[in-house]
Design a protein around this ligand. Structure first.
Ligand SMILES: [Zn+2]
Length: 291
């Protein structure tokens, strides 16, 4: 993504019915295709492409990859399905948020033929072949079109962004609370749901696998509470967004080894779970629930 490696993960589940979880950005689509080819998955082989949610760092490449893999069914939560078929509104709102940076960061999502899209409800299932399934569980909070997916064969849980952003270099975990959908209550409920599923491993979209499930999910919930508490304080004190961001950034700095590390690692963290986006999302939620 945007020339960085190790930022957005896509996971290939091999088996009778190969399944790709997350596509990454549109600009990453050729990279994903080459990676799949190197693993022996050709144009006719991929059975399913599923995305945890439709944000452009997770689903931006769906349209391009649907073109590369004509047999693949595209699976997404029902609240996101129409945006994959017609990304114009999604792209327009992303353009408003990111401006010219959009082209470098994400590229343009291509539309996917509506007939190839299967929409998931509160729960759903992807057939991985040989009796193995990937079960989806609606998990809003980060985004209203978010699902987690658990593999019956391995107990791997694909958490998308619902448990925050994990940085493997440092073991840091930070919440992902962007506007306009962030909601603390549903975000905490989704983390509790993930715990209840009893996964063996968490597979973060940003970035990589984590074995220590219980401790990590507890950390996810704690991070949310810390950021919400601090943002609430800043907001009640009447600070504008810039001042609130500066205050929350300062007061959380010592929590993250990444911000003590080299500039590149700190930059990576900011790109994926930037303080401005997190604080703006929390304020947006505060204004909605406590006007
Ligand atoms: Zn993301």
């Amino acid at each position: 993504m945007a020339g960085y490696s190790g930022i957005t993960a896509g996971y290939l589940i091999l088996g009778d019915r190969p399944c790709l979880v997350e596509t990454g950005t549109a600009t990453s689509a050729p990279v994903v295709r080459d990676a799949l080819a190197s693993l022996g998955v050709g144009p006719g082989d991929l059975a399913t492409i599923v995305v945890t949610h439709i944000h452009l760092d997770h689903a931006g490449g769906v349209g391009d990859l649907a073109g590369f893999y004509p047999e693949a069914e595209i699976v997404v939560h029902e609240k996101g399905a129409r945006h994959l078929a017609d990304p114009s509104r999604l792209m327009a709102s992303a353009r408003m948020v990111w401006g010219d940076k959009l082209d470098v960061l994400f590229g343009e999502m291509s539309p996917t033929e509506a007939a190839r899209i299967r929409a998931l409800g509160d729960t759903g299932s992807v057939d991985l072949g040989n009796g193995r399934t990937l079960s989806s569980h609606y998990s809003p909070g980060h985004a209203k079109h978010h699902v987690g997916l658990i593999d019956s064969g391995t107990g791997d849980l694909y958490v998308g962004d619902a448990a925050g952003v994990y940085l493997p270099q440092t073991g840091d975990l930070r919440p992902a609370t962007p506007p306009p959908d962030f909601d603390l209550r549903t975000a905490l409920d989704s983390i509790a749901l993930f715990e209840a599923l009893g996964p063996q491993r968490l597979l973060f979209s940003h970035y990589g696998p984590v074995d220590d499930v219980q401790e990590t999910l507890e950390r996810s919930a704690e991070e949310l509470r810390v950021w919400v508490d601090l943002t609430r304080q800043a907001h009640s004190a009447g600070m504008d967004l810039d001042h609130a961001v500066a205050m929350v950034r300062e007061r959380t700095r010592e929590r993250y080894a990444a911000l003590q590390a080299d500039d590149a690692t700190a930059e990576q963290f900011e790109l994926l779970s930037g303080a401005p986006s997190n604080v703006a999302g929390i304020i947006h939620w505060l204004d909605r629930v406590q006007p």
